[in-house]
Design a protein around this ligand. Structure first.
Ligand SMILES: Nc1ncnc2c1ncn2[C@@H]1O[C@H](COP(=O)(O)OP(=O)(O)O)[C@@H](O)[C@H]1O
Ligand SMILES: [Mg+2]
Length: 431
């Protein structure tokens, strides 16, 4: 790549970051790919033809696509939504797909590069093993053969298909093989530093720019688990708050106030709770001392610490809350409360996925205190139905390491003998 090209890529990345915050390294790759394809200077014979944008809803997948097209002067991507192809063109879904690809091929020949963006790809191409419908397997097959055919059929130029999904695991695995959607880009919920950047973008784009007095660090720190879309909702709520108070600009108080009514989407199933000091309800000196010790140890040096709480549920809850209270006072970290029974209500096969999701979130939130109520719901011995869940749980616990994982994991179960033997070995300590 020439230096000049490198400079252009950098410049474009900066421009795009004014509209949507995506990590620089990721953006550079995408921008480099598209610009080189557009000018016909991509050095390889077989450039990627399928990109997969995956990550939770509201993390900027659709916005990035739109911004890329605008800022790179690409001709409008052909945008389709998975659910639309299925419902709106019922009976004609496959031919609709063929039409779209035909249009893209024509465009590629005229303009070097054509982009098809399939939003909610999972609804159009779910795993063929799991779906019950007749249409979906046919559509998956059609999409695969259209993508496979692109190389031969496009004589000049290039077609890139971008699929977007918040459930990558639900996609038919054939879609993710080499030569198909093999260029994967993950959209994580933003961390505090990134939330600050997104807040700035949103304030620039959605207000009149009067926000000098706002302490963005404070808002960013207090919005753990918020996606970009959640932050936008937060901003809208606070603009409304300002209006109600007769101002035409927002102040810190509006944002903090709005925070109470916007629940971060990343945490909708698992609740961040405000821990309370309930030591006066515990009345057992030994237990109180243990609680203090655990809180002290973890606050001093956060590390992976699993502890079983083996009392009846309401008593365990008091212990967990008090430990969290004492720890959070010093570490200012979140207290995540999970009901393990919730996993049992998931569809068959979904239980494992939900457990995986929980651990992904724990990983992103750390340092944190996690309280899993009734862990026996997913880890009791002698229950065939939850065998998969146990394996998933063990797998995730194995990934936690003493030094690199900053998680205080409290799990309640009435009697530790109820637990699967292997799970039990993880919990050397109990209170
Ligand atoms: N990374 C981000 N940077 C800036 N704004 C964002 C970001 N992520 C989400 N948003 C805001 O949330 C809105 C919805 O995001 P969207 O792109 O539709 O999410 P997705 O397609 O991943 O579900 C965007 O229009 C934008 O206002
Ligand atoms: Mg979207």
């Amino acid at each position: 790549m020439s230096n000049e090209f490198k400079e252009i890529v950098k410049e474009k990345v900066k421009e795009i970051q004014q509209e949507v915050y995506i990590k620089k390294e990721v953006l550079e790759k995408i921008v480099g790919l598209f610009l080189s394809l557009k000018d016909g200077r991509f050095p390889g014979k077989k450039p990627p033809k399928g990109l997969l944008f995956y990550g939770p809803p509201g993390t900027g997948k659709t916005l990035l696509m739109k911004t890329l097209a605008k800022k790179l002067d690409l001709s409008d991507p052909i945008m389709i939504r998975g659910p639309e192809i299925i419902s709106q063109y019922y009976g004609k879904s496959e031919s609709r797909l063929r039409q779209i690809f035909a249009l893209a091929k024509e465009r590629a020949e005229e303009e070097n590069l054509a982009i098809i963006f399939i939003d909610e790809l999972d609804s159009l191409a779910p795993s063929r093993d799991l779906t019950k419908g007749e249409l979906e397997p046919r559509l998956v097959g059609q999409l695969l053969s259209l993508m496979d055919g692109l190389e031969k059929e496009v004589s000049k130029g290039h077609v890139v298909v971008i699929g977007s999904t918040n459930r990558p695991e639900a996609l038919d695995p054939a879609l993710r093989r080499p030569g198909r959607f093999d260029f994967e880009i993950e959209f994580d919920p933003p961390d505090a530093e990134e939330r600050k950047k997104i807040l700035k973008i949103l304030l620039n784009n959605y207000t009149k720019g009067q926000y000098e007095n706002i302490n963005l660090d404070e808002i960013a720190e207090q919005t753990i688990g918020f996606t970009g879309a959640d932050l936008l909702q937060l901003l809208n709520e606070s603009l409304l708050q300002a209006v109600l108070e007769g101002r035409d600009f927002i102040i810190q108080k509006d944002l903090l106030y709005a925070k109470n009514s916007v629940k971060p989407s990343a945490l909708r199933e698992f609740h961040i709770e405000k821990p309370r000091n309930r030591s006066n309800e515990i009345e057992n000196e030994d237990i109180i001392n243990r609680i203090k010790q655990v809180a002290e140890d973890f606050s001093k040096k956060p590390h992976f610490k699993p502890i079983l709480l083996t009392h009846d549920l309401s008593f365990s809850e008091k212990i967990a809350s008090t430990i969290a209270f004492m720890t959070c006072q010093r570490l200012h970290c979140p207290y995540l409360v999970v009901r393990a029974t919730w996993f049992r209500t998931r569809w068959f096969g979904e239980m494992e996925k939900s457990i995986r999701k929980l651990f992904e979130r724990i990983n992103r939130l750390q340092p944190c205190i996690v309280y899993i109520k009734n862990i026996d719901a997913i880890a009791s011995s002698g229950n065939e139905h939850i065998h998969g869940a146990i394996l998933e749980l063990l797998d995730n616990l194995n990934n936690f390491s003493d030094d690199n994982t900053k998680v205080l994991l409290l799990c309640s179960v009435k009697d530790r003998n109820m637990l699967d033997q292997e799970v039990r070995t993880y919990f050397k300590e109990s209170i």
